[in-house]
Design a protein around this ligand. Structure first.
Ligand code: GAL
Length: 396
């Protein structure tokens, strides 16, 4: 049973509607947004619960271009991104699961997750700060990966909807206690995801700690512009605005060098198919994935923190779908899902192949707490951490 109605911006039955024509379904809380007007809407629904019984909510953001983004409070994750192709055919381009259990069973994928307190690796799970040595859980060989065994990806975040003049979204908050995963100080984090009618998915992070600490937040969405579960990303074409990258050792810890991409498979300064050089005989590609190779490196962005400058663009020539990344961060981890093997089922019963997605993780460089020459990741007590990263999707 549906009723069509028109009403000004306000909350109604858990739906935030911006002066748009909507279709309300009586049985469940859904909105079909009017594509012709300023129709932006955010809908809240129950996604599921954790094994401990904590409720997990989903926020569904829609715009007038037929694009939608789903955010779940488990790990403050991007659970889905629906985007039309050049012919208007909609596909979900984000890898993920239909339920909380999927995210728990395949936690090591970090699908869509907010990563904290420290994105990527810290060598030996150790760092020194203010004369003290801090030991973190070693959950990736000898190193700490993505904040340790119970990182921000496993927290259920508190959430509330956002409505501004030009965007809808969700604000998520999480307080990490002093000593959480070995990191010093209580850290309070606020994260805002917003979607607008320019197809910009904007992520703004802020955080404050009551002691000096280190922080490196990022988002771990895997994109496949042909549609999640629809083959590999090898024919998709990437441009990374970076002259240099941070080479790694065999445990994927940076050597400290900033190496030129020129003459290496890491050169994406001009648009290049992701698969073009992925099979090259190159020690770095072997370190990233010993059997078949792959990309899993931090590029040193030439955007120098300028949010107006294009950092990365990836396009799918077939569908015409494109994602661009803009960020205040100095680096990006471009990872080609080298550890996926098609061995489990994701959303809608689809499987995800080796090289079935790529991540664009805006970040400070891996292992910065042990690399004095890298841009600092120290957050002093009472200072504000701030990051903005925008994923812009085309066609609009
Ligand atoms: C990436 C990381 C990869 C892998 C992946 C999660 O950010 O660089 O090495 O750990 O996360 O599976």
């Amino acid at each position: 049973m549906t009723t069509r109605t028109r009403f000004p911006s306000r909350w109604q039955d858990g739906i935030l509607v911006l002066g748009a024509a909507v279709v309300l379904c009586a049985s469940n809380v859904t909105v079909a947004a009017d594509k012709t007007s300023e129709s932006l809407a955010v809908t809240q629904s129950r996604f599921g619960k954790t094994p401990q019984g904590q409720a997990v909510e989903r926020y569904h953001l829609t715009n007038r271009n037929g694009m939608s983004v789903d955010i779940i409070t488990y790990g403050a994750r991007v659970q889905a991104i629906e985007l039309p192709d050049k012919n208007g055919k909609i596909a979900d381009i984000a890898l993920g699961f239909d339920d909380v259990q999927g995210y728990i069973d395949h936690a090591d994928t970090y699908f869509g997750a907010t990563i904290g307190r420290y994105g990527n690796r810290i060598a030996g799970g150790q760092f020194r700060l203010d004369g003290e040595t801090y030991q973190l859980p070693q959950n990736d060989g000898p190193n700490t990966l993505h904040g340790g065994t119970q990182g921000f990806d496993k927290a259920v975040w508190a959430a509330s909807p956002i409505e501004t003049d030009r965007a809808v979204g969700v604000e998520l908050t999480h307080v990490s206690p002093d000593g959480d995963m070995g990191f010093p100080g209580e850290l309070a984090v606020t994260l805002r995801y917003t979607l607008d009618n320019d197809n910009d998915l904007r992520i703004h992070y802020s955080a404050v700690a009551d002691q000096d600490t280190v922080i490196n937040l990022t988002n771990h969405t895997y994109f496949n512009l042909a549609g999640a579960g629809n083959g590999t990303i090898l024919d998709q074409v990437a441009m990374i605005n970076a002259d240099r990258f941070t080479p790694v050792d065999e445990t994927l810890i940076p050597t400290g060098e900033l190496a030129d991409v020129a003459g290496t498979p890491m050169d994406f300064r001009t648009p290049t198919a992701i698969g073009k050089n992925i099979h090259a005989d190159n020690q770095q590609l072997d370190y990233a994935e010993p059997k078949q190779g792959g990309y899993d490196f931090n590029w040193v962005l030439d955007t120098r923190g300028n949010l107006d400058d294009l950092a990365v663009r990836v396009s799918d020539p077939q569908s015409g779908r494109t994602v661009e990344m803009y960020t205040t961060e100095p680096g990006v981890q471009f990872y080609t899902s080298n550890f996926l093997t098609g061995s489990f089922t994701g959303k809608g019963g689809k499987t995800y192949d080796h090289w079935g997605g790529f991540t664009l993780e805006a970040q400070h460089y891996p292992d910065t707490p042990n690399q004095p020459d890298f841009p600092s990741t120290t957050l002093e007590a009472g200072d504000k951490y701030s990051q903005t990263t925008v994923y812009k999707f085309l066609p609009e």
